[in-house]
Design a protein around this ligand. Sequence first.
Ligand code: SF4
Ligand code: SF4
Length: 165
Amino acid sequence: MAIGVKVVARPIEQVSYMRATLKGMALTFKHLVNPHKVTTQYPEEKEPISRRWRGTHRMLTDETGKAKCVACGLCPQICPANCIKLVPGEDEEGNRYPLVYEIDEFRCIFCGYCQEVCPEEAIHVGRHYENAEYSRAGFVYDLERLTAQTHPVCEMWDPDDPKGE
Ligand code: SF4
Ligand code: SF4
C-alpha cells in the first residue's frame, strides 16, 4: 500500500530564521554598546543573594555553646530526601540531646522543611552556597561542623511579606 505524504504549508514567519536572527543580533549589539558590566568577577566579587536563599545548613547554639537541638526527631521525619541522621540521647535529668546529628548536604534538596518544623529553631538552611567538596564523604556535616557554621540563616516565607521586600 502506498503511503501518502501530506505537505502542510506553514506561514513564512514560522519557517524563516531571519526575524529571530535579527532579533538576536539586535540584542547582542545592545549589550555591545551598553556600559553596564554583566560579568561578575567571582570569587573576588559576589552578587547579593536572597534573604530566602536555602543553602548550607547551620545548627544554632544556646548561650553555653550547646546545640539547640532537643533530638525531637521531627526534622529527620519530615525530610523528603531522608538525609538527616539523628541518634537521640538523654541526660540524667531527662533532657534529650543529639548523640549523633548529621546532614548529608549532597542528598539534601534544600526544601527548608527541617527549618520550618524545628520547634527549637535549632536547625536552619543558610544563605550560603560555597560548599563544594573533593570527596563524597565531605558533604556529610556532623554536629560539630553544623554548629561551627557562621553564615546568615534563611528567612522563611512570610505571608505578610509574600515578595520578601
Ligand atoms: S532542607 Fe529539606 S531535604 Fe534538606 S535536610 Fe532539610 S528537610 Fe531534608
Ligand atoms: S526538629 Fe530541631 S530539635 Fe527536633 S531533631 Fe531536628 S534539629 Fe533537633
